[in-house]
Write a protein that binds this ligand. Structure first.
Ligand SMILES: [Fe+2]
Ligand SMILES: [Fe+2]
Length: 319
């Protein structure tokens, strides 16, 4: 009887114990949850702080990018200004040499543009098209080193004096040598070889054919054409047809055949450049003429420069 009465008590204790265990478990679970919540809050706070930090870094980066853009734009402008000044300076160097001779500044501008056109039509890279535009005008820069009493002598030149004039090729190359600039290196080669002839009868080295650097072969032909067709104070320009006849007759003798062909194929563009780059008002040596100085001489036999030679021939023919 007693045991039957105790039994419910025992059950009740067990239940209480179980209940207490449950409560303890619940307590642990709650504590655990609280801890999780705490951890989550901390994570959330850390994430928020990280996000704020990232936002601030992003803003800073945007500022850097903006200021970098400004710096790049400023550098680009400075580079452009420096490049313009550099190109302007080498053009003025070429111009200084031209003032010693009969030509005005428009001649060297046309030589640059004609040469550039031919380089392009020969299918050479765009970089070379640009470089020769600035290098070709310096072809006669060596005239700076030729004594004026010879260069400007208004009478027949002795053979030795022509030998001195021929030195303008080497002097020009010396003036331009040793530069790191690709334009000046090209200009050096043009200055040295622009009086070489395809058949080897030119100077200073007497190179023939493809041994003559291509840019110099190009300048040789456009320099001759421009001298033939240019107005000078003492002569009228040679008619274009007549000038082209002379160029054609020089094919394979004075001039590279392939370059001559490309020149003739593009004559309409050459003439467009000629119309665009008109002569400036004549600014040098008024009243002086090659034809007076050299009347009766054979310039070719004397190895005179192509430009001088052609100018004189033209002057003689136009009188
Ligand atoms: Fe020359
Ligand atoms: Fe020239």
């Amino acid at each position: 009887m007693m045991s039957e009465e105790r039994k419910p008590l025992a059950q009740s204790q067990a239940e209480v114990t179980a209940e207490m265990d449950d409560q303890a478990d619940q307590q642990v679970g709650f504590e655990q949850l609280k801890k999780y919540a705490e951890d989550l809050r901390k994570l959330h706070d850390a994430h928020k702080a990280k996000q704020a930090e990232l936002e601030s870094v992003y803003k800073q980066l945007m500022q850097y990018a903006e200021s970098l853009n400004t710096t790049v734009a400023e550098l680009k402008q400075s580079y452009q200004e420096l490049n313009d000044a550099y190109l302007d300076t080498i053009y003025r160097l070429a111009l200084a040499a031209e003032y010693k001779d009969e030509a005005t500044g428009d001649h060297i501008v046309r030589i640059g543009r004609y040469s550039s056109l031919l380089v392009e039509r020969l299918g050479l890279p765009q970089k070379q098209v640009q470089q020769i535009l600035y290098a070709a005008p310096m072809h006669d820069v060596g005239k700076i080193g030729i004594p004026e009493k010879i260069l400007l002598k208004p009478a027949k030149l002795a053979k030795e004096e022509f030998e001195v004039i021929k030195q303008h090729t080497r002097i020009g190359a010396n003036i331009l040598s040793g530069s790191k600039s690709e334009i000046l290196q090209l200009a050096e080669s043009i200055a040295l070889y622009h009086h070489e002839r395809w058949d080897g009868s030119g100077y200073p080295e007497g190179l023939a054919g493809e041994a003559i650097p291509l840019p110099a072969r190009i300048v040789a032909i456009v320099d001759t054409f421009d001298a033939l067709t240019s107005q000078r104070p003492y002569k009228n320009p040679y008619p274009v047809d007549k000038a082209l006849e002379i160029i054609r007759s020089g094919r394979g003798r004075s001039f590279d055949g392939r370059v001559t062909d490309v020149f003739l194929e593009n004559i309409s563009e050459i003439l467009r450049i000629k119309r665009e780059v008109k002569p400036d008002e004549y600014a040098g040596l008024p009243g002086w003429a090659w034809s007076d100085r050299d009347a009766g001489t054979s310039s070719e036999a004397n190895g005179e420069t192509a430009d001088e030679n052609v100018s004189r021939k033209t002057a003689a023919l136009s009188k």
